[in-house]
Design a protein around this ligand. Structure first.
Ligand code: ATP
Ligand code: MG
Length: 555
């Protein structure tokens, strides 16, 4: 990828440069460790661009690892979507894909090692008592009465846990650290619990599952991760991360990774919590995880965001250690900028009004040449049909108007984009006095140029009536009206009722029948649109509005 530009190193790059200079590492090994319990969102994109992006500068590789220690919430379809999204963003993970569950056997052995070192014990207290006896910030925790079990007894009990001889909640394996530690995460955290559930990778092989805080550092250590990058909430977990890795340093499978925390992406008008996004899906507020209003990678892809624009956005926001809220306008700017440069221009009339040229030769059709991009000749031209009967947008015609209105007015002239100058001479109205047709005269000397005797300022878009194709447009607005929906418990009460507007019967130029899924188009004077991939599968011509031509929120 060629998006590197000169900028100061972020704090993670500084650490890496130091580690490489000191000879601590020869290569950089990172990982992206999603839990397969939902689809990836824009926050994950930040983590992906960071972890994989480092390998554009440094020798090494990035693993994709599914952190699958909570089988009850995980599903294969989430795994599939995560792989698709990472690839689509343009990144390649080091093969093979890893699963924390690949290490269940080794983790079980390592837990046994902790027991043998006197660093872990089976606690037979109820989950409620364990929780209560952890204490609080002000009150130290209390030791479990089972804390001093012998190594032999612990090994035997742990083996019995694995063999399924206990019920869920009857006992757990805990690290033996310090119940009075100021950091609550060090108060003998649970490292294994009994969960008698089927696992999407390991089937019914296990009925005990390691906890995330135990699994994560060891997975990093087993894979030889050099820089384990996570979000700031995990800062308080780092002492336990280090404790686990240090305690098992003598095991041949265990290297020494380091955890570094960076600020998570928070964005206004957006929720970036999988739990909340899942709620939107489960309660059918949106059509699914890939609804174009969702801040998921699949939703943004369907909406018409390009991988390039998302990567560029992640570059713009950078990587720091202080939490902040990013303006969603930055993301919108990134896609608008990309499409402005790269989207071919097309014409589509959103609210069609018939315009008939009464002096156009009966039965004649011309093929006019239209530029695909006004600033970029390399994008070439296309042919558009013109036959004297066209559709223009209802908003582009008025019976009377002042000089500020630069479109078509009865008795005045306007240019049809890429075509002739026309003058409105009469209208046809329906029984409700609504204009249903504009009658015009055209000047056949005006194709591509204004005659010297008159200046026609207004240019409007149109489509040829005979060859136009009907299509549906889906126009989107922000999903939430509240600036920080993620901070609200009742975030569902702040859904924007106008987040989706469906326009049926729009008229598109015939060349849009060839529009490709994954390609963005600028509908001139209207906005950026792309084919809706799902509707296309069903043979329908539906365009999603990716973004408007200009920012309508910031003013
Ligand atoms: P959520 O908070 O949405 O449930 P998560 O952190 O539980 O997300 P994971 O699947 O565990 O989701 O995340 C995989 C990786 O993506 C983690 O390393 C996590 O730190 C990172 N990540 C998740 N959300 C964000 C975010 N908003 N900004 C930056 N990185 C994130
Ligand atoms: Mg997580």
């Amino acid at each position: 990828m060629s998006e590197t530009n000169a900028r100061p190193l972020n704090f993670i790059e500084q650490i890496i440069e130091k580690d490489l200079a000191n000879g601590l590492h020869e290569k950089v090994v990172t990982r992206f460790p999603p839990e397969p319990n939902g689809f990836l969102h824009i926050g994950h994109a930040k983590s992906i661009c960071l972890n994989f992006g480092l390998l554009e500068q440094y020798t090494g590789y990035c693993n994709l690892r599914f952190d699958d220690t909570n089988p009850a919430a995980e599903e294969q379809r989430y795994i599939d979507s995560i792989k698709e999204d990472v690839s689509w963003l343009g990144y390649e993970w080091e093969e093979p894909i890893h699963y924390a569950s690949d290490y269940f056997g080794l983790l079980y052995e390592l837990a046994g090692e902790l027991i043998k070192k006197g660093l872990a014990y089976v606690d037979s207290q109820t989950p409620d008592i364990i929780r209560e006896s952890r204490g609080s910030f002000e009150v130290p925790g209390q030791n479990s009465p089972y804390r001093e079990r012998s190594v032999e007894e612990n090994l035997a009990l742990f083996e019995q846990m694995r063999a399924g001889e206990f019920d869920e909640g009857e006992c757990v394996l805990r690290a033996k650290i310090d119940m009075a530690a100021p950091n609550m995460n060090m108060r003998d955290p649970v490292i294994y619990r009994i969960r008698k559930v089927h696992h999407h990778q390991t089937g019914d092989q296990w009925c005990i599952y390691p906890m995330y805080d135990f699994t994560h550092p060891l997975s990093d250590a087993i894979e030889g991760i050099t820089h384990s990058l996570c979000t700031l909430e995990f800062e308080d977990h780092r002492p336990f991360y280090d404790w686990v890795v240090d305690a098992l340093q003598d095991h041949p499978a265990i290297a020494r990774p380091r955890q570094y925390e960076f600020a998570r992406l928070e964005m206004n008008y957006t929720v970036t919590s999988k739990r909340k996004l899942k709620q939107l899906v489960d309660e059918a507020v949106v059509e699914g995880w890939d609804d174009p209003r969702m801040p998921t990678i699949s939703g943004m892809r369907r909406r018409g965001y390009t991988a390039h624009s998302i990567r560029h956005f992640c570059k713009m926001i950078g990587v720091t250690k202080s939490n902040s809220v990013t303006d969603v306008g930055m993301l919108e700017h990134a896609i608008r900028d990309d499409l402005n440069q790269n989207a071919p221009r097309r014409m589509c009339v959103v609210h069609p009004l018939k315009l008939t040229i009464i002096n156009y030769p009966e039965g004649q059709t011309e093929q006019l040449e239209a530029s695909n991009h006004p600033q970029d000749d390399t994008m070439g031209t296309r042919q558009i049909a013109f036959s004297g009967s066209v559709y223009i947008d209802r908003d582009d015609f008025r019976l009377e108007a002042n000089k500020k209105y630069k479109r078509l007015v009865l008795g005045k002239e306007v240019r049809l984009r890429n075509s002739y100058v026309v003058k409105a001479v009469d209208v046809v109205k329906d029984a409700n006095d609504e204009v249903i047709e504009v009658l015009c005269e055209y000047d056949d000397q005006t194709l591509g140029k204004n005659p010297e005797d008159r200046k026609v300022k207004g240019v409007i878009h149109w489509v040829d009536a005979a060859s136009a194709v009907d299509c549906e447009l889906r126009q989107y607005d922000r999903l939430f009206t509240h600036e920080s929906p993620g901070s609200l418990d009742d975030f569902l009460a702040h859904i924007n009722p106008q987040s989706l507007t469906i326009v049926e019967g729009a008229k598109a130029e015939a060349s849009l029948l060839q529009a490709k899924v994954g390609m963005g188009y600028q509908f001139e004077r209207e906005g950026y649109y792309c084919i809706d991939s799902k509707a296309a599968e069903e043979g329908q011509l539906v365009f999603n509005q990716t973004i408007g031509l200009r920012d309508t929120w910031s003013s």
